[in-house]
Write a protein that binds this ligand. Structure first.
Ligand SMILES: *Cc1c(COP(=O)(O)O)cnc(C)c1O
Length: 319
């Protein structure tokens, strides 16, 4: 199991790359809601998602142990791929990002900005993972998975430390779940230091593998996933993340596509900041319940990357 100590180490490691993101608050909105809603704005993080925390911790730690490290490789083309490319570039380490042949141009452009080599391979994540493993073996590169790695989870846990410092009396923390790395790190830290704070995971109703796995008490693979929250389309929880979620997370909530869109609009209107759909699910969940007068609710807005062409579709009110 993940030790608290590894999150303190991560916190010391990542500060060259990751910033302490602000807590955003709107007193007008909180008055209307009847509880205090605060956003942990990881959409304003370096490379615009929290993924830089886990990626930088993993790379820095491994480089200390293996100064002759040849390079890094990952099969993830989204926010994690960007974070790996960014950190590797800053550290002068070659990086390969394996992407599907069908990847949108915006994604390959975002990665090439940081001089990473792009390797196009197949259409399924299974093909990409196999290719990534092959590159790691052939070239002696370190593979950095997007959630199921102890250094990645510890890096994401540094968000928990910041929240407890910024909002010491926080009652509820709402966290998006994809593979579960983000919430595993946060929950491990928060439940060890302030157990009475509730840590609640949020999944799109169309991509609920953690909720299903918790219900069945074993890692369960979905047959398909669907949501505009494209960072949360994971088919099953990780081997490391599932036991941590089971141990530390109080419960999970599901949100609909319409609730995600409403949350995006509310964030833009009241907080003057722009989330990606995956980052807005935690706010969608906050709006679903009456948490009680004076309660302090922190929603982790995990990222802000999306293709600008999609923005009109996010903010048009179709009801
Ligand atoms: C990766 C990601 C998530 C999910 O994180 P996991 O560690 O896979 O649970 C949530 N939001 C955004 C924006 C992401 O990039």
């Amino acid at each position: 199991m993940l030790e608290l100590q590894s999150i303190w180490e991560a916190n010391a490691n990542i500060r060259k790359f990751a910033r302490t993101t602000p807590i955003l608050y709107s007193s007008l909105l909180s008055d209307d809601l009847g509880f205090d809603l605060m956003l942990k704005a990881e959409n304003l993080q370096t490379t615009n998602s929290f993924k830089i925390r886990g990626a930088s911790n993993c790379l820095i730690k491994q480089k200390k142990e293996m100064p002759s490290l040849n390079g890094v490789v990952t099969a993830s083309s989204g926010n994690h791929g960007q974070a790996v490319a960014y950190v590797a570039n800053k550290m002068g380490v070659p990086a390969v990002i394996v992407m599907p042949e069908t990847a949108p141009k915006a994604k390959s452009r975002a990665v090439s900005r940081w001089n990473a080599q792009i390797e196009f391979c197949g259409k399924t994540s299974r093909e990409r993972l196999a290719r990534s493993k092959e590159i790691a073996q052939q070239r002696g590169y370190l593979e950095i998975p997007s959630y199921d790695h102890p250094d990645v989870i510890s890096g994401q846990g540094t968000i928990g430390k910041e929240i407890l410092e910024q909002v010491p009396d926080v009652d509820i923390i709402l966290v998006p779940i994809g593979g579960g790395g983000l919430i595993s790190g946060i929950a491990t830290l928060v439940k060890n230091l302030r157990p009475k704070t509730q840590v609640i995971g949020v999944e799109p109703a169309g991509s609920n593998s953690m909720t299903v796995s918790l219900d069945k008490e074993e890692i369960t693979q979905l047959e398909k996933t669907h949501s505009i929250a494209d960072g949360l389309l994971t088919m099953k929880p990780g081997f490391l993340t599932f036991p941590l979620v089971k141990k530390y997370v109080d419960r999970t909530m599901l949100v609909s596509e319409e609730e995600i869109l409403q949350a995006i609009r509310l964030i833009i209107e009241h907080f003057k900041t722009v989330p990606e759909p995956s980052g807005a699910v935690s706010v969608a969940a906050a709006l679903k319940e009456d948490w009680g007068k004076g309660k302090k609710v922190v929603s982790v807005v995990s990222g802000g990357n999306f293709d600008m062409d999609r923005l009109p579709g996010f903010i048009t009110n179709r009801s």
